[in-house]
Design a protein around this ligand. Structure first.
Ligand code: GLA
Length: 743
């Protein structure tokens, strides 16, 4: 019996280039099946050929001790009717005998619409002790189309990145009508999907559904700002809903900043089929002879110890392998958006620099409104696209501001929205051909603006040039907030029309164009911190985050709302990437606002001079305390202790790798009489049960005292078994605790 051994048995061998096995299958499944286990430290996805040499998924879940056992899994399942090899196909094609939702749908060069994929060969390459890249080649025996399935595993993090490459070896062009990144198959008792929905200011609202027969689809067709109503991000619990500490759960995301579609289809065996990829809606993609198409990746992690473990794995993976400078440091900042909106000039700004210094942050971030002359950017109706300093507001230019900020002792950052244009702009007047718009229809605007056509290489040059110009003129710029406020209406590209390409390429080529620009930006400017923003959290995904150090979760900075928004983002993104700003959006105390911002990457968006002396001292103290704990918040492990959707107090903590330091954030989220103080202790997590710790309250408001006994020493065992009561009350609505090992 031929079967591949687990890669971990031959690490040295696998350091070499993998071997193409080229196995020739025979008709007898049991004796000749090719078995390909895709393993991480705790999990395995097992693929095996059936008697027709189709590649099927035979196992998803726990990794088995003996690799040889994987070959026996398939025989234990008795769903061997006509659908076997189709329902659980590793990459379901369409047009022949498959009648379920496909991963792949192709019109071949001769117009034929059928594809049947057979296993050809596979190889695995281990790039280091943690990362293995397995490629499996499938082919149609009649039409010369080759699909390579890619599985990149990160063993310690239990993360898999899965994508597909479609190659056209036919004589003429083929058309891709559906081209999913990943196809998975799960056999469990029940399936509970947590998906997210929202809109501007209401991002990441979770919704848990028991999946029933039929198809549940998560998708976006917005073109740009694609996560406005839903992100390509989900949790899938198996058997029963997972909790923080218990249960089987998969956290997944399509790493793509454009239209996406994720289908969950239950088959007649009560098994679940998952197909995730670029949304095929209006996106038939032609592939010339000899060309290949690489899909974005589905990224997922599976845990049978609950959501907490799954998300810590995803955070570790993101920090090490995906987020730009994920293990580095970040700049605290003062932003002027909510402080001034468009109403500022040089003097007002230099005054704010002093405020930034007084507050104690690292940087000042100049937001929207600094550009445009023929059409000054004094509101959001004009000027977008004209990236020259407004001479009235900034007579001495950005260079002067950078110098002034430096003199005031803070770094300088700037807001850009390079993909977009107001019709009231010189750019629009000169380059209407660069704008996505239907030439025969009236224009329709989203926030008074239109989207530039990034499928056009000239537009890519223009967008790259905005950043390149800014950095070459002002090499000391330390930060860019990259915004993207509009969806794509009237999707039509004049460039594609002129070059006689299909309009249906636009949605895909827009994102590819965006990534090309970002590749160029990062090749030339690898170190500048950049925030991914999109009218709040309209674009947050691991496709884009490889170019960005952080993201803006929402324009909604009401701290109470933020507790919920940050909570739900925290399943997928590490705190170091999550920008939280203190603003005047709500009237709650400055302390509560600061405490909420401290659980991620902290910033401010206030007029410092408007703060009362005590509020100023409180904000300053918050920054000093934040600087003392930020290492743990940025690089530690996150434990969600008390869920604001279920409890009156939200509580999260971060623990350092050495378990010698931790921070616990507690926020009251209810004002109902029954719940206005923490009656019971909250159990901590992630500490060393054998270590002793002292608990100290941080960020205590001036002229008040902590109510806690800071002299007591507790064992980790006590803090995790009995817990600790932070004494959250109506007078102490937020409490931040530092937990330090006592020598
Ligand atoms: C978007 C961003 C805000 C701000 C404004 C400026 O809405 O999310 O933070 O930058 O644009 O116009």
């Amino acid at each position: 019996m031929k079967k591949s051994r687990t890669l971990f048995q031959y690490p040295n061998l696998l350091m070499l280039i993998g071997v193409w096995l080229g196995l020739a299958p025979t008709a007898n499944y049991a004796q000749n099946a090719v078995v390909v286990p895709i393993e991480t430290k705790n999990n395995a996805l097992v693929l095996a050929t059936d008697k027709a040499n189709r590649l099927c998924i035979t196992h998803f879940g726990k990794r088995l001790k003996n690799t040889a056992d994987y070959a026996q899994i398939a025989q234990q399942h008795w769903n061997k009717d006509d659908n076997a090899g189709i329902y659980n196909a590793a990459y379901t094609s369409s047009g022949s005998t498959n009648l379920v939702e496909p991963a792949l749908n192709i019109t071949h060069a001769d117009g034929n619409t059928s594809t049947e994929l057979k296993y050809v060969r596979h190889e695995s390459v281990q790039s280091d002790m943690n990362v293995v890249h397995t490629k499996i080649v499938l082919k149609d025996e009649i039409y010369a189309v080759e699909i390579t399935l890619h599985y990149k595993t990160y063993a310690n993090e239990d993360v898999v990145e899965q994508w597909a490459v479609i190659k056209n070896n036919e004589k003429g062009a083929i058309e891709l009508e559906k081209y999913a990144s990943a196809n998975l198959y799960f056999a469990f008792e029940n399936y509970y999907l947590t998906s997210y929905h929202g809109s501007w200011g209401r991002e990441m609202k979770p919704e848990e559904t028991l999946l029933t027969n039929g198809i549940k689809t998560l998708d976006s067709k917005l073109g740009a700002r694609t996560n406005l109503f839903a992100p390509p991000t989900f949790q899938l619990s198996f058997d029963r809903p997972a909790t923080e500490e218990e249960g089987k759960v998969l956290l997944g995301q399509l790493a793509w900043s454009g239209n996406f579609r994720i289908d969950f289809e239950m088959d007649s065996y009560h098994h679940l089929r998952l197909m995730a990829g670029i949304n095929p809606h209006a996106s038939e993609y032609p592939l010339e002879a000899g060309q290949e198409f690489t899909t974005p990746a589905l990224i997922y992690t599976f845990s049978d110890h609950g959501k907490g473990a799954a998300s810590r794995n995803l955070h570790r993976w993101a920090k090490k392998y995906r987020l730009l400078d994920g293990n580095g440091s970040r700049l605290t900042l003062l932003n002027n958006w909510e402080a001034t909106y468009f109403d500022f000039d040089e003097n007002k700004l230099t005054g704010l620099f002093k405020g930034a210094k007084k507050l104690g942050v690292d940087m000042f971030l100049l937001d929207d409104g600094w550009f445009g002359n023929k059409y000054p950017r004094n509101d959001d109706r004009a000027g977008l696209g004209d990236w020259q300093e407004n001479v009235k507001k900034l007579p001495h230019g950005i260079g002067h501001l950078v110098k002034e900020a430096t003199a005031a002792g803070v770094k300088f950052g700037i807001w850009l929205e390079p993909e977009m244009v107001n019709p009231k702009s010189e750019l629009y007047e000169q380059h209407r051909d660069w704008v996505i718009r239907q030439p025969e229809r009236p224009e329709h605007y989203f926030r008074n603006q239109l989207v530039l056509d990034l499928s056009n290489p000239e537009v890519q040059d223009f967008v790259f040039g905005i950043l390149d110009n800014m950095f070459s003129k002002n090499p000391d710029i330390a930060f860019v907030k990259w915004d993207c406020n509009a969806v794509i209406y009237n999707a039509h590209s004049q460039y594609l029309a002129k070059t006689k390409q299909k309009q249906s390429k636009l949605y895909v080529d827009y994102v590819k164009g965006l990534y090309k620009v970002l590749d160029r930006v990062r090749a030339k400017y690898p170190n500048v911190d950049m925030m991914l923003c999109s009218g709040g959290g309209g674009r947050v995904d691991y496709g884009a985050l490889k170019y960005f150090t952080e993201f803006w979760p929402s324009d909604n900075t009401d701290p109470l709302e933020r507790v919920f928004i940050q909570w739900d983002y925290s399943y997928f993104y590490p705190a170091i990437a999550t920008c939280n700003h203190v603003t005047d959006w709500s009237k709650v105390s400055i302390k509560y606002r600061c405490d909420v911002a401290m659980m991620g990457k902290m910033g401010f968006d206030i007029v410092v001079d408007h703060l009362s002396p005590n509020d100023l001292a409180s904000a300053q103290k918050a920054i000093t305390d934040y600087n003392a704990i930020k290492e743990v918040v940025w690089h530690g492990d996150l434990y969600r202790l008390s869920n604001p959707w279920e409890q009156p107090v939200a509580s999260v903590m971060y623990v350092s790798e050495k378990q010698d330091k931790a921070v616990m954030f507690n926020y009251l989220v209810s004002n109902r009489f029954d719940f206005i103080y923490t009656i019971e202790p909250i159990q901590l997590r992630g500490l060393d049960p054998n270590k002793k710790y002292r608990v100290r309250e941080l960020n205590v408001y001036p002229e008040t005292k902590t109510t806690l006994d800071e002299t007591a020493v507790y064992s980790g065992d006590f803090l995790m078994s009995v817990g600790y009561n932070p004494d959250v009350t109506l007078r102490r609505t937020s409490v931040v605790l530092e937990i330090t090992q006592v020598n």
